[in-house]
Ligand binder design. Sequence first.
Ligand SMILES: Nc1ncnc2c1ncn2[C@@H]1O[C@H](COP(=O)(O)OP(=O)(O)OP(=O)(O)O)[C@@H](O)[C@H]1O
Length: 271
Amino acid sequence: MSTDSTNNVAVSIEHVWTRFADTDAGPGKVVHKDINLCLDKGEILGLVGASGCGKTTLLREIIGLHTPSQGEIFVMGQSLQHLDEATQRKAALQNCGILFQKGALFSALDIFDNIAFPLRELGFTDDKLIERLVLMKLSMVGLTDKDAKLKPADLSGGMIKRVALARALILEPDLLLLDEPTAGLDPIASQDFVDLLQQLHQELHFTVILVTHDLDVLRDLCTKIAVLADQQLIAFGTLASVLAQQHPFIQQFFHNTRAQRVFQHQETLHG
Ligand SMILES: Nc1ncnc2c1ncn2[C@@H]1O[C@H](COP(=O)(O)OP(=O)(O)OP(=O)(O)O)[C@@H](O)[C@H]1O
């Protein structure tokens, strides 16, 4: 990042281009064209866009799982791009908690070992410390010590998300990345998860970037919204400011009949 006045910046995405090369499966394509975004610490950013527009790829680039073809990404002032693989992995683990689509728990491991996984990967060996940290996170997400011995197959969708959240938070990251956190949950489990995230955000003050199509999540949880379309970032700001944009994708996504009901109050506020 260019100056010191960026102390309050959690994530800075600077001139990022993503091109995928031709493969046997199909021709290559440009997914991102000069994406620029600066997100302050403590914000909850909702990343929105049509299927295949590159939301997950951007998350993967933020945590260093994929390197942009051009441009640079800084997380808490640090770019992962020039680090060797091991240092990159360690920095990403320490800075970022990740909840992938569908929770992505290891089915062979019980809940305790799933949550302990990042600690062990970072080299923690003190079993008592691991137990204390895991049980603390388990209770933080509303689960009990007894749940620790269950396997992912024994859990409901809502519990899987909670366990995945506990694992994402185990190293107390500054940045939490969530890929469609409420997808597949019924409305009650979805609302419970949003409430839990809101409560943890108030307690722990982390920054969140979440990919979602869920209008309630955008309205109730997100402090900022970023919209990807036409390979570009076509809007970034508060919900009210995004609602006021004229781009066809925004009209389609934020102003259809259901969206109008969900965002009624926000639109009235915006005038
Ligand atoms: N490793 C890769 N090699 C080639 N193409 C890829 C690769 N990863 C992603 N893509 C392509 O890049 C585009 C963006 O994919 P991405 O998964 O980031 O989209 P998305 O917005 O998250 O989609 P969805 O909402 O459906 O999850 C897609 O067309 C996808 O096929």
